[in-house]
Design a protein around this ligand. Structure first.
Ligand code: GDP
Length: 310
Protein backbone atom coordinates (compact mmCIF):
# COMPACT_ATOMS: atom_id res chain seq x y z
CA UNK A 1 0.00 0.00 0.00
CA UNK A 2 2.82 2.38 0.89
CA UNK A 3 4.48 1.60 -2.41
CA UNK A 4 1.26 2.37 -4.27
CA UNK A 5 1.01 5.65 -2.49
CA UNK A 6 4.60 6.45 -3.32
CA UNK A 7 4.01 5.66 -6.97
CA UNK A 8 0.88 7.71 -7.00
CA UNK A 9 2.80 10.64 -5.64
CA UNK A 10 5.58 10.31 -8.15
CA UNK A 11 3.02 10.19 -10.92
CA UNK A 12 1.73 13.50 -9.64
CA UNK A 13 5.15 15.09 -9.32
CA UNK A 14 6.60 17.25 -12.02
CA UNK A 15 9.24 14.68 -12.77
CA UNK A 16 6.65 11.90 -12.89
CA UNK A 17 4.48 13.83 -15.31
CA UNK A 18 7.50 14.74 -17.37
CA UNK A 19 8.50 11.10 -17.63
CA UNK A 20 5.04 10.23 -18.85
CA UNK A 21 5.10 13.08 -21.34
CA UNK A 22 8.20 11.73 -23.05
CA UNK A 23 7.49 8.00 -22.63
CA UNK A 24 8.30 6.02 -25.75
CA UNK A 25 9.91 9.00 -27.45
CA UNK A 26 13.59 9.30 -28.18
CA UNK A 27 13.63 12.80 -29.61
CA UNK A 28 11.96 16.07 -28.79
CA UNK A 29 9.32 16.67 -31.43
CA UNK A 30 6.07 18.65 -31.58
CA UNK A 31 4.26 15.92 -29.68
CA UNK A 32 6.73 16.02 -26.83
CA UNK A 33 6.59 19.82 -26.76
CA UNK A 34 2.79 19.70 -26.62
CA UNK A 35 2.94 17.24 -23.74
CA UNK A 36 5.56 19.30 -21.99
CA UNK A 37 3.39 22.38 -22.30
CA UNK A 38 0.55 20.50 -20.64
CA UNK A 39 2.78 19.30 -17.83
CA UNK A 40 4.11 22.79 -17.13
CA UNK A 41 0.62 24.29 -17.10
CA UNK A 42 -0.67 21.46 -14.91
CA UNK A 43 2.20 22.15 -12.51
CA UNK A 44 1.01 25.75 -12.17
CA UNK A 45 3.98 27.35 -13.86
CA UNK A 46 1.46 29.64 -15.55
CA UNK A 47 0.73 30.05 -19.23
CA UNK A 48 3.04 33.01 -19.88
CA UNK A 49 6.08 31.35 -18.37
CA UNK A 50 5.21 27.99 -19.90
CA UNK A 51 5.11 29.47 -23.39
CA UNK A 52 8.41 31.20 -22.76
CA UNK A 53 10.02 27.89 -21.77
CA UNK A 54 8.48 26.06 -24.73
CA UNK A 55 9.67 28.75 -27.15
CA UNK A 56 13.19 28.52 -25.83
CA UNK A 57 13.27 24.74 -26.09
CA UNK A 58 11.75 24.91 -29.56
CA UNK A 59 14.51 27.31 -30.61
CA UNK A 60 17.09 24.96 -29.21
CA UNK A 61 15.58 22.01 -31.06
CA UNK A 62 15.58 24.03 -34.30
CA UNK A 63 19.21 24.97 -33.79
CA UNK A 64 20.56 21.59 -32.70
CA UNK A 65 18.39 19.62 -35.16
CA UNK A 66 18.30 16.59 -32.87
CA UNK A 67 17.52 16.85 -29.17
CA UNK A 68 17.01 13.56 -27.40
CA UNK A 69 14.36 13.25 -24.71
CA UNK A 70 17.12 12.23 -22.32
CA UNK A 71 18.63 15.69 -22.81
CA UNK A 72 15.30 17.38 -22.25
CA UNK A 73 15.61 16.88 -18.53
CA UNK A 74 18.91 18.72 -18.41
CA UNK A 75 17.69 21.51 -20.65
CA UNK A 76 14.55 22.02 -18.59
CA UNK A 77 16.57 22.15 -15.42
CA UNK A 78 18.73 24.87 -16.89
CA UNK A 79 15.73 26.80 -18.11
CA UNK A 80 13.96 26.61 -14.76
CA UNK A 81 17.11 27.54 -12.84
CA UNK A 82 17.48 30.48 -15.22
CA UNK A 83 13.95 31.69 -14.57
CA UNK A 84 14.56 31.56 -10.83
CA UNK A 85 18.00 33.11 -10.82
CA UNK A 86 16.81 36.38 -12.26
CA UNK A 87 15.31 37.36 -8.95
CA UNK A 88 16.40 34.88 -6.35
CA UNK A 89 19.73 35.46 -4.82
CA UNK A 90 21.23 32.06 -4.37
CA UNK A 91 21.46 29.16 -2.06
CA UNK A 92 21.07 30.72 1.36
CA UNK A 93 19.57 28.57 4.04
CA UNK A 94 19.87 30.92 6.97
CA UNK A 95 17.28 33.29 8.43
CA UNK A 96 19.01 36.64 8.48
CA UNK A 97 17.95 40.25 8.40
CA UNK A 98 20.04 43.12 7.16
CA UNK A 99 21.57 45.52 9.66
CA UNK A 100 19.76 48.82 9.82
CA UNK A 101 22.15 51.67 10.64
CA UNK A 102 21.63 53.33 14.01
CA UNK A 103 20.00 56.71 14.09
CA UNK A 104 21.53 59.22 16.46
CA UNK A 105 23.09 56.35 18.35
CA UNK A 106 19.77 54.55 18.78
CA UNK A 107 19.20 51.07 17.36
CA UNK A 108 16.61 51.02 14.57
CA UNK A 109 14.49 47.88 14.22
CA UNK A 110 14.14 46.11 10.91
CA UNK A 111 10.53 46.59 9.88
CA UNK A 112 8.84 43.76 8.03
CA UNK A 113 5.30 44.36 6.82
CA UNK A 114 3.39 41.25 5.85
CA UNK A 115 0.54 41.29 3.33
CA UNK A 116 -1.66 38.64 1.74
CA UNK A 117 -5.28 37.50 1.64
CA UNK A 118 -6.88 35.58 4.47
CA UNK A 119 -6.21 31.89 4.64
CA UNK A 120 -2.93 31.84 2.73
CA UNK A 121 -0.91 31.26 5.88
CA UNK A 122 0.06 34.82 6.73
CA UNK A 123 -0.24 34.48 10.51
CA UNK A 124 1.47 31.11 10.52
CA UNK A 125 4.35 32.50 8.46
CA UNK A 126 4.73 35.44 10.86
CA UNK A 127 4.81 33.04 13.81
CA UNK A 128 7.38 30.81 12.14
CA UNK A 129 9.53 33.83 11.26
CA UNK A 130 9.32 35.15 14.81
CA UNK A 131 10.52 31.78 16.04
CA UNK A 132 13.43 31.64 13.59
CA UNK A 133 14.56 35.19 14.28
CA UNK A 134 14.34 34.55 17.99
CA UNK A 135 16.48 31.43 17.62
CA UNK A 136 19.09 33.70 16.04
CA UNK A 137 19.10 35.74 19.21
CA UNK A 138 17.14 38.60 17.69
CA UNK A 139 14.58 40.50 19.71
CA UNK A 140 11.24 40.40 17.91
CA UNK A 141 8.02 42.40 18.32
CA UNK A 142 4.76 41.52 16.55
CA UNK A 143 2.16 44.08 15.51
CA UNK A 144 -1.46 42.98 15.03
CA UNK A 145 -2.49 45.51 12.40
CA UNK A 146 -5.03 43.15 10.83
CA UNK A 147 -7.76 44.70 12.94
CA UNK A 148 -10.56 43.75 10.58
CA UNK A 149 -11.09 40.29 12.06
CA UNK A 150 -10.99 39.44 15.75
CA UNK A 151 -9.77 35.98 14.79
CA UNK A 152 -6.71 37.46 13.10
CA UNK A 153 -5.68 39.27 16.28
CA UNK A 154 -6.33 36.17 18.39
CA UNK A 155 -4.38 33.95 16.01
CA UNK A 156 -1.39 36.26 16.11
CA UNK A 157 -1.67 36.28 19.91
CA UNK A 158 -1.48 32.47 19.87
CA UNK A 159 1.78 32.66 17.91
CA UNK A 160 3.11 35.42 20.17
CA UNK A 161 2.47 33.16 23.18
CA UNK A 162 3.91 30.12 21.45
CA UNK A 163 7.11 31.93 20.51
CA UNK A 164 7.19 34.04 23.68
CA UNK A 165 7.45 37.25 21.70
CA UNK A 166 5.75 40.53 22.70
CA UNK A 167 2.76 41.60 20.66
CA UNK A 168 1.20 45.03 20.22
CA UNK A 169 -2.55 44.88 19.69
CA UNK A 170 -5.67 46.95 20.00
CA UNK A 171 -9.25 45.91 19.81
CA UNK A 172 -10.87 44.75 16.62
CA UNK A 173 -11.90 47.56 14.31
CA UNK A 174 -9.22 49.97 15.50
CA UNK A 175 -7.08 51.84 13.00
CA UNK A 176 -4.42 49.50 11.52
CA UNK A 177 -2.05 52.43 11.06
CA UNK A 178 -2.36 53.25 14.73
CA UNK A 179 -1.47 49.67 15.69
CA UNK A 180 1.50 49.76 13.31
CA UNK A 181 2.64 53.08 14.83
CA UNK A 182 2.38 51.71 18.37
CA UNK A 183 4.21 48.54 17.35
CA UNK A 184 7.17 50.47 15.97
CA UNK A 185 7.24 52.80 18.98
CA UNK A 186 7.23 49.79 21.27
CA UNK A 187 9.92 48.04 19.24
CA UNK A 188 12.18 51.08 19.43
CA UNK A 189 11.54 51.47 23.19
CA UNK A 190 12.34 47.78 23.72
CA UNK A 191 15.49 47.99 21.65
CA UNK A 192 14.06 45.31 19.35
CA UNK A 193 15.89 44.03 16.28
CA UNK A 194 12.89 43.24 14.15
CA UNK A 195 9.21 44.13 14.13
CA UNK A 196 6.76 42.12 12.05
CA UNK A 197 3.50 43.84 11.18
CA UNK A 198 0.49 41.76 10.19
CA UNK A 199 -1.98 43.57 7.92
CA UNK A 200 -5.49 42.89 6.70
CA UNK A 201 -5.77 41.09 3.40
CA UNK A 202 -9.02 42.23 1.94
CA UNK A 203 -8.75 42.20 -1.80
CA UNK A 204 -12.37 42.91 -2.60
CA UNK A 205 -11.69 46.60 -2.64
CA UNK A 206 -8.43 47.46 -4.32
CA UNK A 207 -8.59 51.18 -3.61
CA UNK A 208 -9.19 50.56 0.09
CA UNK A 209 -6.35 48.10 0.24
CA UNK A 210 -4.01 50.56 -1.43
CA UNK A 211 -5.11 53.41 0.82
CA UNK A 212 -4.79 51.32 3.93
CA UNK A 213 -1.30 50.05 3.11
CA UNK A 214 -0.17 53.52 2.06
CA UNK A 215 -1.44 54.98 5.32
CA UNK A 216 0.23 52.28 7.40
CA UNK A 217 3.52 52.98 5.66
CA UNK A 218 3.21 56.73 6.05
CA UNK A 219 2.52 56.44 9.75
CA UNK A 220 5.32 53.91 10.29
CA UNK A 221 7.78 56.29 8.65
CA UNK A 222 7.06 58.78 11.42
CA UNK A 223 8.75 56.31 13.76
CA UNK A 224 11.34 54.57 11.57
CA UNK A 225 12.76 56.23 8.46
CA UNK A 226 12.31 54.31 5.21
CA UNK A 227 10.12 51.69 6.86
CA UNK A 228 8.93 49.14 6.05
CA UNK A 229 12.29 47.73 4.98
CA UNK A 230 10.57 44.74 3.46
CA UNK A 231 7.01 44.14 2.27
CA UNK A 232 6.50 40.39 2.28
CA UNK A 233 3.58 39.03 0.27
CA UNK A 234 2.39 35.61 1.41
CA UNK A 235 0.90 33.37 -1.28
CA UNK A 236 -0.61 29.92 -0.98
CA UNK A 237 1.41 27.71 -3.33
CA UNK A 238 -1.40 25.19 -3.63
CA UNK A 239 -3.85 27.63 -5.20
CA UNK A 240 -2.29 27.92 -8.64
CA UNK A 241 -3.81 30.72 -10.63
CA UNK A 242 -5.21 32.42 -7.53
CA UNK A 243 -1.69 33.00 -6.33
CA UNK A 244 -0.82 34.71 -9.63
CA UNK A 245 -3.93 36.87 -9.40
CA UNK A 246 -3.14 37.88 -5.83
CA UNK A 247 0.43 38.73 -6.77
CA UNK A 248 -0.95 40.94 -9.51
CA UNK A 249 -3.38 42.74 -7.20
CA UNK A 250 -0.95 43.28 -4.35
CA UNK A 251 1.87 44.50 -6.56
CA UNK A 252 -0.58 47.06 -7.93
CA UNK A 253 -1.60 48.14 -4.44
CA UNK A 254 1.85 48.46 -2.91
CA UNK A 255 5.53 47.87 -3.55
CA UNK A 256 6.01 44.20 -2.70
CA UNK A 257 9.68 43.44 -2.09
CA UNK A 258 9.65 39.73 -1.29
CA UNK A 259 7.46 36.65 -1.35
CA UNK A 260 6.67 33.72 0.89
CA UNK A 261 5.00 30.77 -0.80
CA UNK A 262 3.22 28.50 1.67
CA UNK A 263 1.75 25.00 1.64
CA UNK A 264 4.34 23.56 -0.70
CA UNK A 265 4.14 20.37 1.34
CA UNK A 266 1.49 18.05 0.06
CA UNK A 267 1.39 19.68 -3.34
CA UNK A 268 3.29 18.70 -6.45
CA UNK A 269 2.45 22.12 -7.78
CA UNK A 270 5.50 24.06 -6.70
CA UNK A 271 5.47 25.42 -10.24
CA UNK A 272 3.82 28.54 -8.88
CA UNK A 273 7.21 29.55 -7.51
CA UNK A 274 8.72 29.40 -11.00
CA UNK A 275 5.98 31.31 -12.77
CA UNK A 276 5.70 33.98 -10.13
CA UNK A 277 9.46 34.53 -9.93
CA UNK A 278 9.54 34.89 -13.68
CA UNK A 279 6.55 37.17 -14.06
CA UNK A 280 6.86 39.45 -11.07
CA UNK A 281 10.64 39.59 -10.62
CA UNK A 282 10.24 39.57 -6.87
CA UNK A 283 12.47 37.24 -4.89
CA UNK A 284 10.87 34.31 -3.14
CA UNK A 285 12.44 34.54 0.30
CA UNK A 286 10.62 31.84 2.22
CA UNK A 287 8.63 28.70 1.57
CA UNK A 288 6.15 27.08 3.93
CA UNK A 289 6.32 23.32 4.06
CA UNK A 290 3.93 22.43 6.87
CA UNK A 291 1.86 23.71 9.74
CA UNK A 292 4.52 23.33 12.43
CA UNK A 293 6.65 26.09 13.87
CA UNK A 294 9.80 24.86 12.11
CA UNK A 295 8.11 24.28 8.77
CA UNK A 296 9.43 27.41 7.13
CA UNK A 297 12.52 27.43 4.97
CA UNK A 298 14.63 30.13 3.45
CA UNK A 299 14.05 29.64 -0.25
CA UNK A 300 17.02 27.94 -1.81
CA UNK A 301 16.73 27.80 -5.57
CA UNK A 302 19.30 25.06 -6.00
CA UNK A 303 17.43 22.76 -3.63
CA UNK A 304 14.13 23.78 -5.16
CA UNK A 305 15.14 22.82 -8.68
CA UNK A 306 16.53 19.54 -7.34
CA UNK A 307 13.28 18.71 -5.60
CA UNK A 308 11.30 19.56 -8.72
CA UNK A 309 13.14 16.87 -10.63
CA UNK A 310 12.77 14.17 -7.99
P1 GDP B 1 -3.97 33.58 7.39
O1 GDP B 1 -5.45 33.74 7.39
O2 GDP B 1 -3.38 33.94 6.09
O3 GDP B 1 -3.30 34.25 8.52
O4 GDP B 1 -3.70 32.02 7.50
P2 GDP B 1 -3.21 31.13 8.71
O5 GDP B 1 -1.82 31.46 9.05
O6 GDP B 1 -4.21 31.18 9.79
O7 GDP B 1 -3.19 29.69 8.01
C1 GDP B 1 -4.32 29.11 7.43
C2 GDP B 1 -4.17 27.60 7.50
O8 GDP B 1 -3.10 27.19 6.67
C3 GDP B 1 -3.84 27.10 8.89
O9 GDP B 1 -4.56 25.91 9.10
C4 GDP B 1 -2.35 26.83 8.84
O10 GDP B 1 -1.94 25.82 9.73
C5 GDP B 1 -2.19 26.39 7.40
N1 GDP B 1 -0.83 26.61 6.89
C6 GDP B 1 -0.09 27.73 6.90
N2 GDP B 1 1.11 27.54 6.29
C7 GDP B 1 1.14 26.25 5.90
C8 GDP B 1 2.10 25.41 5.20
O11 GDP B 1 3.19 25.83 4.80
N3 GDP B 1 1.73 24.13 4.97
C9 GDP B 1 0.52 23.62 5.38
N4 GDP B 1 0.24 22.35 5.11
N5 GDP B 1 -0.39 24.37 6.01
C10 GDP B 1 -0.09 25.67 6.28
Amino acid sequence: ETLDKGLEKSKESFFGKLSKAVAGKSKVDDDVLDNLEEVLVASDVGVTTTLKVIDRIEARVAKDKYVGTDELNKILREEIAGLLSETNIGNETDFVIPDIPKKEGVKVPYVLMVVGVNGVGKTTTIGKLASQFKKKGLKVVLGAADTFRAAAIDQLQVWADRTDVPIVRQEMGSDPASVAFDSLKSAVAQNADVVIIDTAGRLHNKVNLMNELTKIKRVMQKVVDNSPHDVLLVLDGSTGQNAFEQAKQFTKATEVTSLAVTKLDGTAKGGVVIGISDQFKIPVKYIGVGEGIDDLQVFNKVEFVDSFFK
